[in-house]
Design a protein around this ligand. Structure first.
Ligand code: HAM
Length: 417
């Protein structure tokens, strides 16, 4: 059949088959439950925004804005962009709806699709999903540590192990000025040997040179922001490390970690996993104390992170228990079929997941289907049961079977055991 197919999903997008969709739904449930345990509230935002929002917040000189955005014009000539990340939209909503009036500290999470025009490969898609968390209003390193812990807690709940945490501080605009001066002075004589992106960044955004994958070897001994922190930033970084220590969270300091978005200040961090190969980053984030002021709000400290769900799913999260349907109703003759069908609907009305075979297949085939559906119970109705006003209730795991009256109240009680 394959060779006749005219349409396939576009490269860089992903279809989810039922078993994958079920896994994703469970992953999303875990995220929602955990984020709400941490007192974060869900936000949902549109698929596209004014292009200007991303240019201003994500940053003009980032790879995202320079190379990766899906940008188009609407009929009125306005430039719009499919959202490549969530932080700008969250900040926009925070300002647009005056969410600061709801209290000094506002904590949000989201599970959203994002779009980046990258070269598709394993773990890198053009449409992908992220969950993210943003805590707006707290300057405290306690909040940064809380964010890190919430992500680790989610990985743990999903039974994903082996994720590493790298942290760094890139300081505030004040200390960064001094760092950039020294950094540029140091690089000046080596500039010719750097890649074209780094040469450009030398004048537009020099700090980003630090995380260049191509020039990594040549940058081993360069000055790093951590060595130029002002007292306030140094104290903040110590506070962050101290809090991680209290929480028993292991981390490595990566002095070259600067992250690929322009809004970060002070704390930056990323989660990696060796199973993901060169694209080993599963998530990342940091503090962005300047962004809200920059977008027109009052100066407000903020911090957050996002995790790529598609990458997370490549790490094979394991459900602690596999889910199946509660009841599969098996009917043995035509006359029992209607009785069975009514029962299925009564069971659904009573909050059980229930199903039956609409194809009139053999008892054997129906039992096989009940197994395939991972049913906890099978209810069997044949001529004998119909005449006696009863059903056979079978616990699929043990094979235990008993006759009970064909009465939804009694059946409900039995199913709860
Ligand atoms: P980001 O590092 O650009 O940060 O993206 C976060 C995660 O999204 C990455 O670690 C990766 O797992 C996933 N991701 C990015 N691009 C792709 C792709 N093409 N295909 C699949 N997964 C991808 C942000 O987006 C920031 N908004 C994080 C943040 C929130 N910082 C503060 N608050």
């Amino acid at each position: 059949m394959d060779s006749y197919l005219k349409f396939r999903n576009v490269r860089g997008t992903k279809d989810l088959l039922p078993e994958e969709a079920e896994l994703w739904r469970w992953v999303e449930e875990v995220i929602r439950k955990k984020m709400e345990d941490y007192n974060y509230q869900e936000l949902r935002f549109p698929t596209f925004e004014l292009t200007e929002l991303f240019k201003k917040s994500t940053g003009e000189d980032t790879d995202i804005v320079q190379k990766e955005m899906f940008t188009f014009k609407d009929k009125g000539g306005r430039s719009l962009t499919l959202k490549p990340e969530g932080t700008p939209s969250v900040v926009r909503m925070y300002l647009q709806y005056g969410l600061y009036n709801r209290g000094i500290l506002q904590k949000f999470y989201y599970i959203e699709r994002m779009f980046r025009q990258e070269k598709p490969q394993r773990g890198r898609y053009r449409e992908f999903r992220q969950f993210g968390a943003e805590a707006i209003g707290s300057p405290s390193p306690e909040t940064d540590a809380e964010l890190v812990r919430s992500a680790l807690d989610i990985f743990n709940e999903l039974n994903i192990h082996g994720i590493k945490l790298n942290i760094n501080s890139i300081g505030c605009p004040k200390c960064r000025e001094k760092f950039i001066r020294e950094f540029k002075k140091f690089l000046c004589s080596r500039l010719d040997s750097l890649c074209n992106d780094c040469k450009r960044r030398y004048s537009t955004n020099p700090m980003r040179i630090l995380d260049c994958k191509i020039d990594r070897e040549k940058l081993i001994d360069v000055p790093v922001p951590l060595d130029y922190l002002c007292d306030d930033c140094r104290k903040h970084f110590s506070g962050f490390k101290e809090r991680l220590g209290y929480l028993g969270i292991n981390y490595s300091i990566d002095k070259h970690l600067v992250r690929g978005l322009d809004y970060y200040t002070k704390t930056v961090f990323e989660f990696t996993h060796s199973k993901l190969g060169t694209k080993d980053e599963v998530g990342g984030g940091g503090r962005y104390d300047g962004l809200i002021g920059f977008l027109g709000g009052d100066e407000t400290p903020a911090s957050g992170y996002a995790v790529g769900l598609d990458r997370l799913l490549l790490l094979s999260p394991q459900r602690k228990e596999s889910r199946g349907i509660d009841v599969y109703v098996i009917t043995l003759d035509k006359a029992s079929d209607l009785t069975g069908w009514k029962l299925v609907n009564e069971l659904r009305d009573s909050g059980f997941s229930a199903d039956k075979d609409p194809l009139g297949r053999s008892m054997k085939a129906q039992f096989r289907e009940a197994d395939r559906q991972n049913a906890k119970w099978a209810i069997v109705i044949g001529e004998k049961e119909r005449e006696g006003g009863s059903v056979q209730l079978k616990r699929m795991e043990t094979g235990e079977q008993k006759e009970v009256p064909l009465n939804i109240t009694t059946i409900k009680e039995e199913l709860k055991c």
